[in-house]
Design a protein. Structure first.
Length: 365
């Protein structure tokens, strides 16, 4: 009985073992069969994934090449003529014949009557302009004019400069152009300390220009309206201050050396509006939009420099209501709502410059 029982049990074990071995064999077989049927699908997915990885990588590289240029070019190589050639593709009838700053002799004898009023011309403001030009200057320092290669950087006021550590790189440029009341003191590590030119208008003038600029900085007035000339004249002549006619009260005390003050040629504002923003110059009174000082500064650099780089340009996405727009204060894009600047329009103009490689970026855009 035990033998028959042992035999029976052994048969059960053998049968069970065969079933288990069959199941171990059947499962891999089914899996291989399933994979065999799906191999083309899997292969297709792998191909799609590979293409997506390649596209993303190449797109990122193209973006960096177009909109980000973290290293300054070697000073031994100067691409003379490149800026002019590329800017001519961007600006019709491009020329460097126009002076950067207004001169007394051109207005004393009324050589050319401007067809536009401020900010695109001086029509109707000649009298006060004459008085202002008599106490300021128009020359560009010989140290800059004599340079074989003028490497310029236009430093915007954007939040992208905060914690950027770009200060040392910015200071290495021959010409550093800054905007409005953007401070340098206390932000040197991110924005540098060198200032060759500072473009501003009365409402954006820093109350202490000597603290935020170098002793030889050219303080360039960007006139938007006749009252801007009156403000500057009253400040430099220490006359009764002009208080009305401004959207924001400008400084009543502005300690600057008249020899360092320049009046920007409105020609560059006209070119910025007409050629870069395509504003209808024949209907100026109907068009409220005006270029920002930043875009104007880039236009100026394109007419003066052999190398033009920019840093700190670009605004947050329109949907981002909390992101600050400047590296030195907490105001957001909401503050631009009532301005006469179309930041989206200007962003497209700058991106076009980057795509044509007319300018290069030190910070991402």
């Amino acid at each position: 009985m035990e033998d028959s029982g042992d035999f029976h049990n052994s048969c059960e074990v053998t049968s069970s073992g065969r079933d288990e071995s069959n199941s171990h064999w059947v499962m891999p077989h089914l899996l291989i069969k399933m994979l065999s049927k799906s191999r083309w699908k899997i292969l297709a997915l792998l191909v799609v994934f590979a293409v997506m990885v390649w596209y993303y990588t190449s797109w990122e590289e193209r973006y960096i090449q177009l909109f980000y240029f973290p290293v300054q070019e070697e000073k031994s190589v100067c691409p003379q003529g490149e800026v002019e050639k590329k800017t001519a593709l961007l600006i019709g009838n491009y020329t460097r014949d126009h002076p950067l700053f207004l001169q007394l002799k051109d207005y004393f004898w009324v050589k050319t009557i401007s067809p536009y009023e401020l900010p695109y011309g001086t029509k109707g403001s000649e009298d006060v302009l004459l008085r202002l030009l008599a106490i300021t200057s128009y020359s560009v320092p010989e140290t800059i004019l004599s340079m074989k290669c003028r490497r310029c950087v236009v430093v915007g006021n954007g939040h992208r400069l905060k914690n950027s550590s770009m200060g040392e790189a910015i200071n290495k440029y021959d010409v550093v152009i800054r905007l409005n009341n953007a401070p340098v003191y206390g932000y040197e590590q991110d924005v540098g300390s060198k200032t060759t030119m500072r473009l501003f208008y009365p409402e954006s003038a820093h109350f202490n220009p000597k603290r935020e600029n170098n002793p030889d900085t050219l303080l360039v007035l960007v006139p938007f309206k006749p009252m801007d000339f009156h403000w500057m004249e009253s400040i430099l002549n220490d006359k009764k201050r002009v208080r009305k006619g401004f959207w924001k009260q400008p400084p009543l005390i502005w300690d600057a050396n008249p020899e360092q003050v320049r009046i920007l040629n409105p020609y560059f504002m006209e070119i910025t509006a007409a050629k870069l923003l395509n504003l209808p110059m024949k209907q100026l009174r109907k068009v409220k939009q005006k270029p920002t000082t930043g875009l104007l500064a880039i236009t100026l650099a394109l007419h003066f420099c052999d190398v033009v780089h920019i840093a700190g340009f670009g605004y947050p996405d329109s949907g981002n209501k909390k992101q600050t727009i400047h590296y030195y204060e907490q105001i957001t894009l909401k503050s631009m709502a009532a301005s006469e600047h179309n930041v989206s329009h200007e962003a497209l103009a700058i991106k076009k410059m980057l795509e044509l490689r007319v300018v290069k970026n030190l910070t991402y855009f």
